[in-house]
Design a protein around this ligand. Structure first.
Ligand SMILES: Nc1nc2c(c(=O)[nH]1)N[C@H]1C(S)=C(S)[C@@H](COP(=O)(O)OP(=O)(O)OC[C@H]3O[C@@H](n4cnc5c(=O)[nH]c(N)nc54)[C@H](O)[C@@H]3O)O[C@H]1N2
Ligand SMILES: Nc1nc2c(c(=O)[nH]1)N[C@H]1C(S)=C(S)[C@@H](COP(=O)(O)OP(=O)(O)OC[C@H]3O[C@@H](n4cnc5c(=O)[nH]c(N)nc54)[C@H](O)[C@@H]3O)O[C@H]1N2
Ligand SMILES: [Mo]
Length: 921
């Protein structure tokens, strides 16, 4: 479509707004209420332009064919100026001193202090501040009621926490609940802070520092969960004010702007903001990525190596610590053989660091004893998806959620654990997509779901078969797809005979009518999408769960087709996909190439200059068992807090104590670090260079915004130095070299490099060459199984490893909460702790009544392995007979309770089912 802007013709896509046309012509008009992430509102009237004979708001007016748009019309300019003068008429003139969009617009239009309250001398409306929240501050006097914050909260985050209150000139934003901000529904995603054009809503450093000219901006990828949000880290060299969250909170109108660092010239982070062009997050983030960065300069960061002397960990030099590691690992290797050493690699660290650690184990030590926390997380996804489809990753990109018309969300709580994806699913649900949630708990998304199947923990396989049976009975199965692209339908169809709704109801507790409605929504959808989490994998039959869930996508022909939303695990850690992709697995080399394959081993051996051991190594739980029998003598634990996060902590502690030598490469004195013989201080994601792979198989760059503190070194440097101390050379001087070496050895990553990622930002694997754009949606031609067909799985339901009984009558489910992250070593060292200061046991009010518990009473929770206590919180978000705990606080150590039961295929722990007994404490 063609329009003219100030007389010059421009081409714009059909349906473009006048504002888009103006911008396409390379011109700008002032805007205040406009934000690319939001639907246009046209409320501020700052973008008025002339279109033909009319004066229109550019943001909300569609450009007409041949329109004559003018931004240089004097009358319009005078009107806009008047509009902005009226907007600021009751604001304090100090608003002009803030680096905000409003100040910039005033500057551009020549609106000076005299236009503000009391001709620039007035105090403003006196509407007050709200400083109750550690991260989000409101100065109501600065609010221009443009509504951007409200729309961010509604249209992007989906929390609906904000509203505009008051009348006329006193209209301002406020939490919808009426009380203080911290008590509102706000989840602190930061969307309102980043969108606010006037400084009324600000972050902990009371300015939109993003705009501060002195800040250096580093584009990186978030190091918390697996979503892979692109973030801009704003750092500044500063000199005064030791407290990043000043107390009392200064008033930006009257107090000087505090600098976030003590008397030092070291750069400090002043803000982290989501990148507007973030490939996955598109300008959105969550309370962890956006705000929880203070851990990085926490006083108890590990800043020197530590070695145990006479029972105590003492600071020492790198030379000393590395010499000890070299000596002990060499001694153990020579005395007991290379398989007496085992390493757990870090899904929190970069691909390049994981690549080096597995190479260290396989070449310098000479063992395949290397694993990563995928084992205790989504190993069943890797195994199950490989068996069904051929590759160990999700089948589709997150972007495919945009046009899914039915989302089947199973055993995942993304509004807490993957908030940016949770928000996206929420928006789809609010905008017409059907949502079916399978989860024993009423999660945030279960509340808005069309159907919530509240099956008992451990009932998944029965429920999936129940749904499959209903797809069959109702003719919602794509027979043509099955005939051409899948194997195993006859066996599965025969098995489904055993799963009529009545039996499924018996096994799961789900009423037949509700199951039928879920089957109808999924069965009749045009583009159904399956998204799932640990509620599927962390079970004694987790791999069966993944496979029988994947059956549903195959039956609908909804995978490997343009209409297929596929089967997508919400991988957990920032780089758990990558740690496994890089071969930090006992049976697989980089790119899931089997160590048992002679040709593969030969290729790696030639490149690495030393043969790769042929026998698969130990899995994490096997490493602990082997430490107890003396087969494993040394444990190298890199960025994992095994004493808090692996199941049955008593057993893990015994294993750590039995091992002769334990190395912990950490950033904090975690429980595991405190039990180690040597602690090597690594670096956080904000301090290093490399790449992560997110949950939808996207490689993205990680770049350092800061140096590691004190003597701490990047984990890349540490692993390199450990290899040297053992007399080895890993041969990769830089992270870019390590990824390049991996790409040369691994066909599915062959086209991926730092240099290319610096240009293209994100690349999905498989990416087989420099011109391959990467595969966002897998299997459009054929599946990657040996015969190119999807493999349906006819696996019967089996009971969980541990079930409640009369002695231990309740089922404990463990999982996540929004503000704390796994072991909590990081989030507990940030103001997130103010938001959630401790752990509590969620318990149904009926059970509480039976046990004589009131809200807040201490509850003793005992399993066959141990006993802990936590205050109870009464909520019917958990069903009667079930209780819920997270595992982020060492004083409520959920893993003292969890069992050694594991998935029969992958050894993934059964974290989701623990039989417990409860007593008032
Ligand atoms: N805030 C925050 N975010 C995180 C993390 C964190 O610790 N905190 N950790 C990250 C990591 S490592 C991971 S792996 C991901 C995990 O992300 P999720 O998989 O979403 O996490 P969970 O809360 O452990 O479990 C998800 C759901 O499974 C349900 N569930 C339990 N048993 C069953 C069952 O038998 N069937 C079904 N259908 N559902 C069941 C639980 O009720 C729970 O709501 O989150 C990542 N993101
Ligand atoms: N009961 C129960 N237990 C669970 C689960 C559950 O659902 N229920 N979920 C399990 C799952 S899915 C997972 S993934 C595990 C996670 O368990 P872990 O991986 O042990 O937990 P994290 O807290 O993510 O991080 C581990 C350690 O890495 C350190 N660290 C962070 N970044 C870096 C870095 O860049 N370099 C170095 N050297 N260290 C770093 C942190 O300080 C922390 O101590 O927990 C499991 N445990
Ligand atoms: Mo995880």
């Amino acid at each position: 479509m063609r329009v003219r802007v100030n007389g010059t013709p421009v081409e714009v896509p059909e349906g473009s707004s006048v504002l888009a046309a103006v911008r396409a012509a390379g011109l700008e008009v002032p805007t205040l209420c406009h934000d690319e992430r939001l639907s246009p509102s046209g409320s501020c009237r700052a973008c008025l332009v002339r279109s033909g004979s009319a004066i229109v708001a550019a943001c909300t007016t569609p450009a007409a064919e041949d329109a004559d748009i003018r931004t240089d019309d004097e009358t319009v300019a005078a009107t806009v100026r008047r509009v902005v003068e009226l907007t600021v008429e009751r604001l304090p003139a100090a608003a002009l001193d803030l680096p905000t969009e409003l100040a910039a617009v005033c500057d551009q239009l020549g609106v000076g202090p005299e236009a503000f309250d009391g001709a620039g001398q007035g105090p403003g409306r006196g509407l007050g501040r709200d400083d109750s929240h550690p991260y989000v501050r409101l100065d109501a006097d600065l609010c221009i009621a443009c509504g951007r914050c409200v729309r961010m909260c509604d249209e992007v985050q989906g929390t609906f926490a904000l509203t505009l209150v008051g009348r006329g000139a006193d209209t301002v934003v406020a939490p919808g609940t009426g009380g203080p901000w911290v008590e509102s529904a706000c989840v602190a995603c930061g969307g309102c802070v980043d969108s606010c054009p006037s400084g009324a809503i600000s972050g902990p450093v009371p300015l939109p520092v993003a705009a501060a000219p002195t800040a250096t901006v580093t584009r990186t990828t978030c190091g918390y969960c697996g979503v892979g949000c692109a973030l801009d880290v704003h750092t500044r060299t500063a000199k005064s004010n030791p407290d990043p969250i000043p107390d009392p909170i200064p008033d930006p109108m009257t107090d000087p702007i505090p600098d976030p660092m003590a008397d030092t010239d070291e750069p400090a982070i002043v803000a982290i903001t989501p990148a507007l062009d973030g490939p996955v997050n598109r300008g959105h983030a969550c309370v962890k990525g956006r705000f929880a960065y203070d851990f990085v300069r926490s006083p108890d960061r590990l800043t020197t190596p530590l070695v145990r002397r006479a029972g105590r960990l003492e600071p020492t030099t790198w030379d000393d610590a590395l010499a000890l590691v070299g000596r002990e690992l060499t001694r153990i290797r020579e005395t007991h053989g290379p398989d007496s050493i085992a390493a757990i690699s870090s899904a929190r660290s970069t691909n390049e660091e994981n690549y080096l650690l597995q190479k260290l184990m396989r070449t310098v030590i000479g063992t395949n004893n290397v694993d990563n926390c995928s084992r205790i997380c989504h190993a069943p996804s890797a195994a199950g998806l490989t068996a069904t489809f051929g590759l160990a990753g999700g089948t589709n990109a997150a972007d495919d959620l945009d046009d899914a018309d039915c989302i089947l969300l199973v055993g995942a709580n993304p509004t807490e654990a993957h908030p940016v994806i949770g928000a996206r699913i929420m928006q789809r649900a609010l905008n017409g997509a059907r949502l079916v949630v399978i989860d024993p708990r009423r999660t945030g998304l279960a509340r808005v779901a069309d159907v919530h199947l509240r099956g008992r923990p451990g009932s998944n396989v029965a429920v999936f078969h129940g749904l499959a049976r209903l797809l069959l009975d109702n003719g919602w199965v794509e027979e043509a797809f099955l005939a051409t692209r899948a194997d195993g339908w006859d066996e599965l169809r025969a098995l489904l005979d055993e799963y009529p709704p009545a039996r499924v109801a018996e096994l799961s507790g789900i009423e037949p009518a509700i199951l039928a409605e879920a089957a109808r929504l999924f069965g009749t959808a045009r583009k159904p999408s399956i998204v799932y989490g640990l509620g599927v994998t962390e079970h004694a039959h987790g791999t069966d769960g993944v496979r029988t869930l994947a059956n549903l996508a195959v039956l609908r022909g909804a995978v490997g087709t343009p209409n297929g939303g596929g089967v997508n695990p919400l991988r957990g850690q920032n780089n758990v996909q990558g740690a496994s992709d890089m071969g930090a697995l006992p049976d697989l080399l980089p790119g899931y190439q089997k160590v048992t394959d002679d040709a593969v081993r030969r290729r790696f051996g030639e490149r690495w200059g030393t043969p790769v051991p042929p026998r698969p190594g130990l899995r994490i739980p096997e490493m602990f068992d082997a430490a107890l029998t003396g087969k494993v003598r040394a444990l190298y634990v890199f960025g994992e807090d095994i004493l808090q996060t692996d199941p049955d902590s008593g057993h893990v502690r015994a294993a750590v104590e039995a091992a002769e030598f334990v190395v912990s490469q950490e950033i904090f004195p975690s429980a595991t670090a405190l039990a180690a013989d040597v602690v090597l201080p690594g670096a956080s994601f904000l301090e290093k260079d490399g790449t992560f792979v997110n949950f939808d198989r996207r490689f993205q760059r990680v770049r350092p915004a800061l140096d590691p503190p004190g003597l701490a070194r990047t984990d890349f440097a540490v692993v390199t130095a450990v290899a040297r101390a053992l007399g080895g050379d890993l041969g990769c001087p830089t992270p870019a070299d390590a990824l390049a070496e991996c790409a040369r050895l691994t066909p599915v990553f062959a086209g991926i490099s730092h240099e290319r990622l610096d240009r293209e930002h994100a690349l999905h694997w498989p990416c087989r060459g420099p011109d391959d754009p990467g595969e966002a949606r897998l299997y459009e031609q054929e599946f990657a199984t040996p015969n190119g067909r999807a493999q349906l799985a006819a696996l019967p339901w089996a009971p969980p490893g541990e079930s409640p009984d009369t002695a231990y009558p309740y089922t404990l489910i463990t999982g996540r909460r929004l503000v704390h992250y796994n072991s909590g070593t990081m989030t507990r060292r940030t103001p997130n702790l103010a938001l959630v200061p401790d752990e509590h046991l969620e318990i149904n009010p009926d059970d509480a009544l039976r046990l004589g518990l009131r809200d807040g009473d201490l509850v003793e929770i005992a399993s066959r392995r141990g006993s802990i206590a936590a205050p109870g919180r009464l909520t019917d978000d958990v069903a009667p007979g079930e209780v819920f705990l997270s595992f982020a606080f060492p004083d409520v150590a959920a893993n003292l309770l969890t069992s050694g039961e594991t998935d029969e295929v992958t050894s993934c722990p059964e974290y989701k089912v623990t039989a417990v007994r409860l007593r008032k404490g």
